[in-house]
Design a protein around this ligand. Structure first.
Ligand SMILES: Nc1ncnc2c1ncn2[C@@H]1O[C@H](COP(=O)(O)OP(=O)(O)OP(=O)(O)O)[C@@H](O)[C@H]1O
Ligand SMILES: [Mg+2]
Length: 232
């Protein structure tokens, strides 16, 4: 579904990611793990087209490397950004409408459908998003991505700053989406939890892939797991 080859990502003159390669197969949940500053968000920004990059990014075989952001969204890339970044002054429903801005056809019905998965958002649909709890805002950020009908969902640290009980709920939600067939790239510092619902994971450090494997192989590597746990 998504293939990333020899990706370098730049912020002005700074090269944040130094030639990484990975892929996400249809229906898979693949994790990008790593500590602060590893280059996880930079990688997401290159995939969505907001950061300058070199290398090759293909979506279902189509080269999207040089495409503008809007074309990538239209082709089915949607992101729940780091720090959630909901529009605080807009209502829950208005946030969701913006998520589907490029695919107006059937948008109201899709929003209604996702309210079924996120009943708390239905309850709070007319409330300003800024008045939601952190966990609810995270749900909204994910739902906002989903109403765009993505072919691949990019989740940048959905557990960041949330209480353990809420983190468990968020991860259960991601697992459910994946079981329903959603292709997902999950960026996380919470390696243990992310591995539990991934079919494959890549460990980034200082802009490079330093390890990759299935949860079983990564989980069975005690030294690596100690390092990963230390990162959380
Ligand atoms: N806008 C920017 N301008 C300059 N440097 C940046 C910018 N964004 C990121 N960087 C640098 O790029 C490197 C990778 O940052 P990035 O945000 O991708 O890491 P991350 O893995 O997402 O970290 P975190 O877990 O803290 O979110 C860091 O050294 C960071 O300082
Ligand atoms: Mg980040």
């Amino acid at each position: 579904m998504l293939q990333v080859e020899d990706l370098r990502v730049f912020h002005g003159p700074i090269e944040a990611v130094h030639g990484i390669s990975f892929s996400v197969g249809q229906g898979q949940c693949v994790s990008l793990l790593g500590p602060n500053g590893a280059g996880k968000t930079s990688t997401i920004s290159a995939i969505t087209g907001v950061a300058r990059s070199t290398g090759r990014i293909t979506l279902s075989g189509e080269d999207i490397t040089s495409m503008p952001v809007e074309s990538r969204i239209r082709r089915g890339i949607a992101v729940s950004p780091e720090g959630r970044r909901v529009f605080a002054n807009l209502s829950v429903k208005e946030n969701l409408r913006l998520g589907g801005a490029y695919l107006q056809d059937g948008l109201a019905a899709r929003i209604d459908e996702w309210f079924g998965t996120f009943p708390i958002l239905r309850e709070r649909r007319d409330q300003p998003a800024g008045t939601l709890s952190g966990g609810e805002q995270q749900m909204l950020a994910i739902a906002r991505a989903l109403v765009a009908k993505p072919r691949i969902l990019l989740l940048d640290e959905p557990s960041l700053g949330l209480a353990p009980k809420i983190v468990t709920q968020i991860f259960a939600m991601i697992q459910k989406l994946n079981e329903q067939g959603m292709t997902t790239l999950l960026v996380e510092q919470n390696a243990a939890k992310a591995l539990r619902l991934s079919s494959y994971a890549f460990l980034l450090n200082s802009g490079r892939v330093v390890a990759d494997g299935t949860p079983e192989t990564l989980g069975g590597n005690d030294a690596l797991m100690a390092e990963l746990t230390g990162l959380a």
